[in-house]
Design a protein around this ligand. Structure first.
Ligand SMILES: Nc1nc2c(ncn2[C@@H]2O[C@H](COP(=O)(O)OP(=O)(O)OP(=O)(O)O)[C@@H](O)[C@H]2O)c(=O)[nH]1
Ligand SMILES: [Mg+2]
Length: 529
């Protein structure tokens, strides 16, 4: 016999319908009460459904990694900030890379010395043919330089001792060659850049290039291989093989006396000043630590690694998990993050992206704008008297401001947390202390005091105007003869820190606060708080 279909089934046949059906003798009052109860039950059920839905959405968001992008012009300190993240969150991996960074530091040392040697050659050539038109100071691009913030000195005359010193340092050129070859894959991924924005000297081709390694290249493997090598001469913990025949440590060690003599020579210092070169403010400067970094068993410290300079091409990514219970002295015991950590509610994946900041590389940034939690934008304050390497017409401070404006007003980033690091504060302080006048290049600064406090707060205000104020303002920089007049209608929160990201201790504190802020915002977005 065929079973009755659902439509054929009466409520008498359906046990559930029978169970919930109203009693046949229900009075009008009872009916009204029943309908009211059913209405309330439905409301409760809908509220529970909505809560479950909300929690599901939040969990989904919780599971996706927190993404942070580091932005800023070239040499602003992005990769150095990434190294700080690594040092804090993956110290073992950071340590494992010491051998590779040691090679970069050796190259940085050689490059600084080479700058001096090339300068000596140029000075010698111009003294042999003393024509005003060929002198470095009168080079055609001189007009594009910012006005000198300190008095220009006459170029000194080099003695035969200087020339002997230069000859004795010849082996360093081989060190440079061999380190270049080892660090770079055969394709040769160097991008030509000028040696320094303050020199327009006719230097040899090699000296005008800055070493840059594509992030996808396995340059660290050239040295990382040593990790598996178990030789007795090796510091296995640091992964450095001091007896490696290709290691240039011995040559550098043997050249220490001459390098030190060169760097501390008064005539050489005058020559540098006459050409407006302050090596001590440049990236990858180790000449004040020559004895230590050329020691036979030199192992780079954390600070050395942060100071090492290697230009980024491409994008590097650092992943880590924010562990529960990691100590943050700044997090108050009752704060949300502490509670979340204590309750072990939060073990989130983090991804920090570091991109190349040179002008030609900025087009590669946009694909990373999607789905970002925060951008840490680095604007170095110290190069207020320098122009861009890639565009000698543009002041570096002005470039940072315009870049910041482009990020603040970018349509894909309206909901992204923007955190500004006004960086290289240590170099800014040193420059101001050396008597370099801020208002010589930033004319709009007027006659305000030439102190760190006044100049840095002035720039904080300028950057802040784009995000948290309405109105117009200007920054006058004569090198470009441009008045950077801007207006802003935005009122986003303005998170700003004065940083020196080569300083491990202060940067640790700032990054912990930044992580706290990002987690907080992320939870707020997920409606968890
Ligand atoms: N003294 C000092 N040096 C800094 C500071 N921040 C960065 N540097 C140095 O400046 C140089 C450039 O820093 P990077 O982190 O390589 O710059 P970047 O923004 O990654 O540059 P690109 O890769 O070219 O885009 C490095 O030698 C750093 O050690 C700082 O606050 N103070
Ligand atoms: Mg970089």
């Amino acid at each position: 016999m065929p079973r009755p279909s659902l439509t054929m089934m009466s409520s008498d046949d359906d046990p559930l319908a029978r169970a919930i059906a109203p009693p046949p003798d229900e009075s009008p009052d009872q009916r009204a009460a029943r309908l009211q109860a059913e209405k309330e039950a439905k409301l409760r059920s809908d509220a529970i459904d909505a809560e479950i839905n909300r929690q599901r959405q939040a969990e989904k968001k919780e599971q996706r990694p927190i993404k942070v992008l580091l932005l800023g012009q070239s040499e602003s300190g992005k990769s150095t900030t990434l190294k700080n993240f690594q040092l804090i969150n993956s110290p073992k991996a950071f340590k494992a890379e010491r051998a590779s960074w040691r090679a970069v530091i050796q190259l940085n040392v050689v490059r600084s010395i080479r700058t001096i040697l090339d300068l000596m050659s140029a000075a010698q050539a111009s003294s042999a043919y003393p024509s005003p038109a060929s002198s470095p100071i009168d080079s055609p691009s001189e007009s594009s330089r910012p006005p000198s913030p300190f008095p220009t000195e006459a170029s000194p005359t080099l003695t035969s001792d200087h020339l002997k010193l230069r000859l004795r340092l010849g082996p360093l050129l081989q060190v440079e060659e061999s380190l270049w070859r080892r660090l770079s894959p055969s394709s040769g991924e160097y991008e030509a850049t000028h040696l320094s924005p303050v020199t327009n000297l006719p230097l040899p081709a090699r000296a005008t290039k800055e070493i840059s390694i594509h992030s996808s290249s396995a340059w660290k493997n050239a040295f990382g291989r040593l990790l598996s090598n178990n030789r007795g001469s090796m510091d296995s913990e640091q992964g450095i093989d001091f007896d490696d025949p290709k290691d240039p440590g011995l040559i550098l060690h043997n050249c220490y006396e001459d390098m030190n003599k060169l760097w501390n020579d008064e005539t050489v210092r005058t020559l540098l000043r006459a050409n407006r070169i302050r090596l001590e403010d440049q990236s990858g400067f180790f000449l004040d630590d020559l004895k230590r970094v050329t020691a036979l068993k030199y192992i780079p410290s954390d600070e050395d690694i942060l100071k090492a300079r290697l230009k980024t091409i491409g994008v590097s990514e650092h992943r880590f998990v924010l562990k529960s219970g990691t100590g943050n002295p700044s997090t108050s015991p009752g704060s949300l993050l502490t509670k979340v950590r204590e309750g072990n509610l939060l073990s989130r994946d983090w991804r920090v992206y570091d991109v190349g900041g040179a002008r030609s590389l900025r087009a590669a940034w946009a694909p990373y704008f999607d789905d970002l939690d925060a951008i840490i934008f680095l604007a170095p304050l110290s190069p207020f008297d320098q122009n861009l390497t890639e565009d000698p017409e543009v002041n570096r401070l002005e470039d940072s401001l315009l870049l910041w404006k482009a990020i603040v007003t970018h349509p894909l980033l309206t909901k992204t947390n923007l955190i500004l690091f006004l960086n290289k504060c240590d170099i800014l302080k040193a420059k101001l202390n050396a008597g370099i006048q801020f208002n010589r290049t930033v004319l709009s600064y007027g006659d305000r005091p030439n102190t760190f406090e006044a100049t840095s707060n002035y720039m904080k205000k300028k950057f802040g105007l784009y995000v948290s104020a309405r109105g117009s303002f200007y920054l006058l920089i004569p090198s470009t003869a441009a008045i950077v007049k801007q207006s802003s209608n935005s009122t986003r929160p303005f998170y700003c820190h004065f940083t020196s990201v080569t300083d491990v201790k202060s940067t640790f504190q700032i990054l912990e606060n930044v992580k706290d802020l990002i987690v907080r915002q992320n939870l707020t977005d997920s409606h968890l708080v």
